[in-house]
Design a protein around this ligand. Structure first.
Ligand code: IYR
Length: 233
């Protein structure tokens, strides 16, 4: 991509402009081999809740965030902010606030049906991964942005766009050798305050990243088979 194409990002009301897109075709046999290998590697991903405190390369996390930021988004508005939280004190505050909310949730706010759904995962209100994992990413969605004149510009399909970006983030981290957890403390309002984010941003997920602890366990779960999730019409 040329620098001019890379630098250009549309803003409200800009006209349509196009650039050629001619990616080299991969031969079918090569595609099949890559797809089969990817499928196997992706199936090896597990959500991890017990992290090693060992350091993990920060540049891998930055590159994974750069991959996430290539996600498609509604009207190409790229309505996401990824906050890489490095300050240990801020991380302790996030953990304390998240655990406080989770305690209320697990003590009944979630309701019996939800708690029963969570039981096979073995989760509880204690969230050591928020301070143990070497990296912590907090993803915010931008519900709107402020135009140059200070007026609100609506963003479209924000949940879908940020959800796709987080999926790409998890894939990039996994394929780069790092484990992650999508944690969604509820409510998450405290995150905007703790991280000093502007009013147009709403926390979407808290994602600890690193290596699994040496004695890491994951719930004994299996995935639905392809024929349970794929309908061919
Ligand atoms: N946010 C809580 C509860 C929780 C909810 C779902 I849905 C999960 O898949 C896992 C946990 C927690 O983080 O423990």
């Amino acid at each position: 991509m040329t620098e001019a194409a890379r630098a250009w990002t549309p803003t409200h009301g800009d006209p349509y402009r196009a650039v050629p897109y001619r990616p080299a075709r991969i031969p079918a046999a090569e595609s099949l081999a890559r797809a089969a290998e990817l499928r196997e590697r992706m199936d090896g991903r597990r959500t991890v809740r017990q992290f090693s405190t060992d350091p993990a390369p920060e540049q891998v996390v930055r590159d994974a965030i750069a991959c996430a930021a290539t996600a498609p988004s509604g009207a190409h508005q790229q309505p996401w902010t990824f906050v890489l939280v490095k300050d240990a004190d801020v991380r302790r505050r996030i953990r304390a606030a998240a655990e406080e909310e989770e305690r209320v949730s697990y003590e009944g706010r979630l309701g019996e049906e939800w708690l029963a759904a969570l039981r096979p995962l073995g989760t509880d209100a204690v969230k050591p991964h928020l301070t143990d994992a070497p990296h912590l990413i907090v993803v915010f969605q931008q519900r709107h942005r402020l135009g140059e004149d200070g007026s609100k510009r609506k963003h479209y399909y924000v949940d879908e766009s940020v959800g796709i970006a987080v999926g790409m983030l998890l894939s990039a981290l996994h394929l780069s050798g790092l484990a992650a957890l999508v944690h969604t403390p509820s409510p998450m309002r405290f995150l905007r305050e703790v991280l000093g984010r502007p009013a147009n941003e709403k926390a979407f997920a808290v994602i600890p990243v690193g290596y699994p602890a040496e004695d890491c366990e994951v719930p004994a779960l299996t995935r639905k088979s392809l024929d349970q999730v794929l309908v061919e019409v």
